[in-house]
Design a protein around this ligand. Structure first.
Ligand SMILES: Cc1cn([C@H]2C[C@H](O)[C@@H](COP(=O)(O)OP(=O)(O)O[C@H]3O[C@@H](C)C(=O)[C@@H](O)[C@H]3O)O2)c(=O)[nH]c1=O
Length: 188
């Protein structure tokens, strides 16, 4: 039985991953990450850092973030509690889909994971209170190499239900997409 199903998206390299859940009377068991299985499915990343964030309120929006080369990161994102709407934006110069976005709901219930390749912006908005997000990164955090793009400077259809999102000071002050020079070449 396949332990992993992988869905392609309209953005090259961006994938929605569904690890298998073995359900029984107690609940379920799932290998949420297995290096050999992921390598077998074509992901050659070596993840070196695991992150966890908790957002107290629904409508908390984090993003859009990237870390510049040579310290760029691919990410494998999932939800441990609650639900979120996860977004990736193609930020690779010269890419046919430069500036286009893809979004999907990740929840504790659906077990889906978003694979965010290097060269893409990443962000999410929480859909429930006390939403926990867990993600692996392929390089360590380097604050000096970090970049932020304003969440509302692209035509992203954030499911906010008319609410004003809760932002960090850094994200609230982020420059617009068109004012940030991408450090990513087309083949990042
Ligand atoms: C991202 C990060 C933050 N921090 C620290 C810096 C700061 O004091 C505190 C909170 O950082 P931030 O406000 O940047 O956290 P947050 O807004 O949750 O940032 C995250 O957003 C999502 C969308 C991503 O894709 C991540 O890569 C990361 O950029 O945690 C680390 O120590 N290591 C890390 O890897």
């Amino acid at each position: 039985m396949a332990n992993l199903s992988v869905e392609t998206t309209k953005l090259d390299g961006v994938r929605l991953i569904q690890p298998h859940r073995f359900g029984d009377s107690r609940g379920f068991f799932s290998e949420v990450f297995n290096l050999a299985t992921f390598h077998g499915a074509g992901f050659d990343d070596v993840f070196v850092q695991d992150n966890q964030s908790l957002s107290a309120h629904a409508g908390t929006l984090r993003g859009l973030h990237f870390q510049a080369p040579p310290r760029d990161q691919s990410k494998l994102v999932r939800c441990g509690r609650g639900s979120l709407w996860d977004v990736v934006v193609d930020f690779r110069l010269g890419s046919e889909t430069f500036g286009q976005w893809f979004g999907a709901e990740l929840s504790a219930a659906n077990g889906k994971q978003m694979y965010v390749p290097s060269g893409f912006l990443h962000g999410f908005v929480t859909l429930e209170p006390q939403t926990e997000v867990l993600y692996k990164c392929s390089d360590y955090y380097v604050p000096d190499m970090e970049g932020t793009v304003a969440w509302d400077s692209l035509d992203i259809d954030w499911p906010l239900g008319g609410r004003t999102p809760i932002l960090s000071d850094k994200d609230a002050a982020a420059p617009s997409f068109e004012d940030v020079a991408s450090p990513f070449g087309a083949l990042s």
